[in-house]
Ligand binder design. Structure first.
Ligand code: ZN
Length: 49
């Protein structure tokens, strides 16, 4: 299960607006060191705090 590179390009961390990197079924913000889950090919970009 992978989201497209096109989608990944426009996605950003909701907290710091940095680029996200995909790791299996998660998107990771390296700056915040936070993982966001991908459910049914839809990234769930909800800040934990
Ligand atoms: Zn971030």
């Amino acid at each position: 299960m992978a989201i497209s590179n096109e989608l990944l390009k426009v996605l950003a961390c909701p907290v710091c607006k940095s680029d996200l990197t995909q790791n299996k079924n998660q998107l990771k913000c390296k700056k915040c060191n936070v993982n966001y889950p991908i459910k049914d090919d839809i990234p769930i970009l909800i800040p934990k705090n």
